[in-house]
Design a protein around this ligand. Sequence first.
Ligand code: IPM
Ligand code: MN
Length: 360
Amino acid sequence: MQATIAVLEGDAVGPEIMAEGLKVLEAIAEAGGHKVSLLRLPFGAGSYFANGSCFPADTKQACDDADAILKAPAGLPLDQMDRIPVDQRPEPAILELRQRYTTFANYRPVVLPEALASFSPLRPELIAGGVDILMIRELVGGIYFGEKVEGEHTQQRRASDECIYTAEEVEQVARVAFEEARARGSRLTVVHKANVLATGRFWQKLVADLAPSYADVEMEFILVDNAAYQLMINPRQFNGVMLLENMQGDILSDQGGGIVGSLGLMCSASIGPDKAYYEPVHGSAPDIAGTGTANPFSMIGSVALMLDRSFGLQSESQAVWDALWGALEAGERTADLCGDNETPLSTSEFGDAVVARLTP
Ligand code: IPM
Ligand code: MN
């Protein structure tokens, strides 16, 4: 592989976990003779204060030119965020990044091997056999991108967020979900809110219309509220692929982080027609920034997804997963995953432990 990667280090714990992701990437590159050039670029609240923009023009250009984008969480403590106008904060910059590259398919694996069942707040028998759900969240449509109206524009005190889905937006992500389920030989669960929302009925209908083209895939629909409940009482029934629209996927993927015991285990890939970017699912955790306690699993896992999905390096990607899970199973864990009598590793010690398993 010869690749240029745009590295958006973000804020707070962002640079700390990014350093570990890059450590692992560099170890993989060195072992396989791959040439990786890393372009570190400003993105996030720190960039707003330094450059007047969370997503400056130079960062955009470099992302345009890069083969893939690796992004750490962005956002500073609330008192600092309050000094940034709402429409110029990191969140709209993240939406702009997604829109710029039409990264419509957001892969959020919710994985917990049976051997690590104790991480989950759920009873061990609910994890028996392990949880392995690939949540696929639609990422560039729906309510996050519709028109937003806030109070003062109208005579009444009111606000609104428009939720629009086009057929193309639904179908493109649904096809990805069917194909992933087919490739895994697993079932596909399609989440919706068709009992109340027009967009929900639209999702359900369009997905149902596609189903005959994927007759080999066992597909079922579930209402989003029931899905939230069923995820808690029997998560393993969803082992396979789940398809969710943008906001429902945002919410249920955090719930996935709860089921596996830590958002620190949640990585993601956001794939568009000609560009992909990779980031942890969680935020920048300003409360623990600088303490060396952040879990870099989510960032390292995002690197593993990138090796596979952007560069076709399946065995390298698998090696990173094996090192990550191997470290955890050997008791090498950051504080979020430690019980009372366990000694946590620091952020960088965990990164070192993963690298040590890659290059024995
Ligand atoms: C996520 C985050 C983002 C989202 C925010 C930071 C814009 O919560 O990636 O899950 O809502 O999509
Ligand atoms: Mn979220």
